[in-house]
Ligand binder design. Structure first.
Ligand code: KMH
Ligand code: ZN
Length: 306
């Protein structure tokens, strides 16, 4: 594949996994999500990956009424590409999860490419210093029914078929190498059209680990399966966020940062905001000799409906 000239920065603003008790910087009110998204775009993010939360409690929400107060504000204040999650949260049905994308018909939305155990890795995500302890039995054995992220072929087909009339570009979330083969199968049966956009995800407990070897393996496998028909980006969850993004940008890929994926700005230090993470990766990308794509350049690179 010809090397892409500019690097697209996606910022994932809040997600559904981290809780406001973990970091004061995690936005969950409508105002804070809007403001942090706008600031992230100003700092250099050309794509904003968005989840909603309950304005009072911060609980993850797929109710369009919880997106409506911040989406127009972001659109009015920035030119960034809006990307709405269809991951929702782990316990919801696929129909509930795709309701926001169906309602708002954004330029992009996520599409998760396989079922898996799904947790942020507790050992890569220490958010408090001191006598931190992880209760494996309590969190991941007793509560393990909550850790299944269900994305069967039937779920994927239902999401693809329902959203097809909207001409939305999917951010294909691939958490392990098998998900690339799932994606290839879905393309072969006509569910998705080239060029596709793949988000290689590393460091989720249940998915492939955050080692550079794995990034090279995922990239080589995607090259073999998709040839010129794909663009790609890297998301390192937790402590691997900045180092894997740096490596990806040097390999000619795009990057995703944001408090959805990591609460940190450097080892053991919580980020102050999404914009701080965007500014950091932008500085690294530019210092190493690449340029960051504007939203319109991202639209062109990813062939968005615009
Ligand atoms: N939370 C990320 C690891 C989605 O929203 O569909 C993956 C994600 C999934 O962003
Ligand atoms: Zn997400």
């Amino acid at each position: 594949m010809a090397r892409q000239k500019k690097t697209i920065i996606t910022c994932a603003i809040t997600g559904a996994i981290h809780t406001p008790t973990m970091s004061d910087a995690l936005p969950y009110t409508y105002d804070d999500i809007a403001q942090q998204a706008i600031d992230a775009a100003e700092a250099g993010a050309s794509i904003l990956h968005l989840h909603a939360r309950n304005n009072e409690t911060g609980a993850p929400s797929v109710n369009p009424d919880d997106f409506a107060p911040f989406l127009p504000r972001i659109k009015q204040a920035t030119d960034a590409v809006v990307n709405i999650s269809t991951g929702g949260s782990l316990t919801l049905s696929i129909q509930d999860r795709i309701t926001p994308a169906k309602t708002f018909s954004p330029e992009m939305c996520s599409m998760n490419m396989g079922s898996m155990n799904f947790s942020f890795h507790p050992l890569a995500n220490r958010y408090k210093d001191g006598d931190w302890k992880f209760d494996w039995e309590k969190e991941y054995v007793a509560g393990s029914d909550q850790n299944i992220f269900r994305n069967t072929f039937r779920d994927i087909k239902e999401a693809a078929d329902t959203l097809a009339p909207h001409d939305i570009k999917f951010e294909h979330e691939c958490y392990d190498v098998g998900h690339l083969y799932n994606l290839k199968f879905c393309m072969d049966i006509g569910l998705f059209k080239a060029p596709i956009f793949i988000q290689f995800i590393f460091g989720i407990l249940g998915g492939i680990g955050p080692e550079v070897d794995n990034l090279i393996f995922m990239k080589r496998t995607a090259d073999r399966l998709f040839g010129d028909d794909y663009r790609w980006s890297v998301l390192g969850a937790g402590g691997a966020q900045m180092s894997l993004a740096t490596t990806a940008s040097q390999m000619g890929g795009n990057v995703r940062v944001g408090l959805e994926d990591s609460l940190f700005i450097s080892r053991g230090q919580l980020a102050e905001s999404n914009a701080q993470q965007v500014a950091k990766i932008r500085r690294i990308v530019e210092d190493l000799g690449s340029q960051v794509a504007t939203p319109d350049e991202a639209r062109e690179i990813l062939d968005l409906k615009g």
